[in-house]
Design a protein around this ligand. Structure first.
Ligand code: FAD
Length: 558
């Protein structure tokens, strides 16, 4: 809390070269890029880092093979190359996972083979990760639950799986390590314009309910789906530029699906939909439909759920077909895409665009999680040009953005050896617990293990069916700016998504640890718990339609 108070004071006292609105992957990336250039940086996030779209993605650092169909060659080349950069900068957040793409006939086989051949060349895919065409028998050996009906063969290639919210938090931590001043739970409510040029923002600390005026030489709006809302605060006569589309994922128990890697499923409208195993939860997604409202938790409808379950039931031969009662959770996010006349949601380009308005607010929209670093570089170039125009002399850069590791990306050894090393340090620390820590925190897992070594009572999991410990929660508070129960369970430890009970079984105890660390009274603790429980209920039973919501879960298939 001391660090937060100090940050808020600095935000009010200093004038920053760059002031960023929004702490999703786009804003975080820009903060890191600008800090690497030696600029002074401030970032304000209304809720928590990654509270918007950046915690609702399919969590793939991917080349976007699909975008070749729409002729987005530039985007595919950039995204595909970025896979390797993200892997180099944060190996724990870009893990190659085999992906099976089932094909129904010779024509599909030939068509995909051309697409993948082009992709491998555009992306400079390494020899061991180049795609392979395999027979139906080989595909069934890898994924025995695939439906044999219409299985002619399959393509096997590699996608990199990440954890979107963790990626944002590591990028934020890197920016902070380079001197950026950032604050979550601080909302920007207006712009300060002097002589026709923006020179700062009015902001409000949502926790302390205090106001602060923050000054910046260049102000960047990276508010994702809220980009128009924020931009229009500085140009009331302006027109919206975004078209929001909703993407839903549903989580089901991994034991129900039994997949060893990612499988591409074909939905009723022929769209490709992924099934991605992640620990005890396998998630299916995504949808792509128009959505009119600016919600943090967009509504998941019975049609969304049916659409995804139907894709799974078409692709897999499950003894008992999947029904809504199988859901562990369901979540939705909004794609902040740029409007393109006459295009369907799925056809809208994912390419980013930078818009600078008359008062000088720089807005960035579109883009992908995968390309966050390149988007940040483009904004960084523009910021520097504007600073030079304003007579500011630029400092020497600190390091190159494609070389400087993200926080947690410095294990100095391969991840499996690093896990062995950590497991050997604390008696009784289970292998799956270590794997989970390394997957989430990379090299920073050693800081959590240090705490466990020093105070063994912090190594004891909160519940028998959870590996979450007080040592981890302490790390979230002291090193990751967690300020609420949701900050911890939704975006840092990720129990909301990757735990079969969404973390509900440990919420009370975690709230107890947070109360001690953050000085909460009983009223605050109860409020936090109440809010988290409401969120869990909403995610676990998202469908309002009673006919679907009341279906009983079926016996687990294997
Ligand atoms: C369903 C789905 C699946 C996807 N899958 C993938 C994928 O697998 N791979 C991939 O590369 N990309 C994927 N994407 C795209 C990717 O997730 C987005 O492009 C990216 O997360 C957008 O990040 P952002 O920072 O621009 O927006 P956000 O993450 O929404 O961040 C904007 C932030 O601004 C804050 N904010 C808003 N208003 C204010 C204010 N007034 N003051 C302060 N802060 C404010 C918000 O709270 C929010 O945290 C997917 C997107 C969706 C929806």
């Amino acid at each position: 809390m001391h660090a937060r108070r100090r940050n808020l004071r600095r935000l009010g006292d200093e004038t920053f070269d760059v002031l960023i609105v929004g702490g999703g992957v786009t804003g975080a990336g820009i903060a890191r890029d600008a800090a690497l250039r030696g600029l002074s940086v401030a970032l304000l996030e209304r809720r928590d880092f990654a509270a918007g779209t950046s915690s609702r993605s399919s969590k793939l650092i991917h080349g976007g093979l699909r975008y070749l169909q729409h002729g987005d060659v530039g985007l595919v080349r950039e995204a595909a190359a970025e896979r390797y950069v993200v892997r180099r900068l944060a190996p724990h957040l870009a893990r190659p996972v085999p992906m099976v793409f089932p094909l129904a006939n010779r024509r599909e086989y030939a068509k995909l083979s051309v697409g993948l051949w082009t992709f491998d060349r555009l992306a400079g895919v390494s020899e061991e990760e180049k795609h392979r065409l395999i027979t139906a028998e080989e595909a069934l050996e890898i994924e025995p639950r695939l439906s044999r009906e219409e299985l002619y063969g399959a393509a096997l290639h590699y996608e990199y799986v990440t954890d979107d919210a963790r990626l944002v938090i590591e990028v934020i931590k890197s920016a902070v390590g380079l001197g950026a001043v950032v604050a979550n739970h601080v909302e920007v409510s207006g712009f300060v314009v002097d002589d026709g040029k923006v020179c700062g923002v009015e902001a409000r600390d949502e926790l302390d309910e205090t106001e602060v005026l923050v000054r910046g030489r260049v102000v960047v709006n990276a508010a994702g789906p809220w980009v128009d809302q924020v931009r229009l605060m500085s140009e009331p006569e302006g027109e919206p530029r975004l078209r929001l589309t909703k993407g839903v994922h549903v989580g089901v128990p991994t034991s129900r699906m039994g997949l060893s890697g990612i499988v591409v499923m074909t939905a009723s409208d022929k769209r490709a939909v992924f099934a991605i195993p992640r620990g005890p939860v396998t998630y299916l997604g995504t949808t792509d439909t128009e959505y009119p409202d600016l919600d943090y938790y967009p509504e998941v409808t019975s049609e969304d759920v049916e659409y995804l379950l139907d894709a799974a039931n078409r692709t897999f031969d499950l003894a008992v077909p999947m029904v809504a009662g199988d859901l562990v959770n369901a979540w939705a996010g909004l794609r902040p895409l740029l409007h393109q006349e006459g295009k369907e949601p799925a056809e809208l380009s994912r390419q980013d665009e930078i818009i600078v308005n008359d008062v000088g607010v720089v807005s960035i929209a579109g883009g992908k999680l995968t390309t966050f670093r390149r988007m940040a570089e483009r904004v960084g170039d523009l910021v520097c040009a504007r600073l030079v125009e304003a007579g500011v002399s630029l400092p020497p850069p600190v390091a190159l953005s494609d070389e400087y590791p993200l926080s947690g990306g410095e294990t100095g050894m391969d991840l499996a050896r690093y896990e062995d090393y950590l497991a050997s340090r604390v008696r009784g620390l289970k292998r799956n617990a270590v794997e989970r820590l390394v997957r989430l925190y990379g090299s920073n897992a050693s800081s959590i293990v240090d705490t466990m070594e020093r105070r063994p009572e912090t190594a004891r999991p909160y519940a028998h069916d959870s590996t979450l410990t007080p040592a981890e929660v302490e790390y979230n508070v002291k090193h990751e700016m967690a300020l609420t129960l949701q900050d911890v369970l939704e975006r840092r430890t990720r129990l909301l998504l990757w735990d079969l009970r969404c973390g509900a079984q440990v919420a009370d105890k975690v709230a107890g640890t947070l109360a001690e660390l953050l000085g909460w009274d009983d009223i605050r603790r109860e409020r936090e718990l109440g809010e988290y429980k409401t969120l869990v209920e909403r995610l676990r039973a998202p469908v309002v339609d009673p006919a679907i919501a009341e279906e009983e879960p079926q016996a687990v298939n294997g």
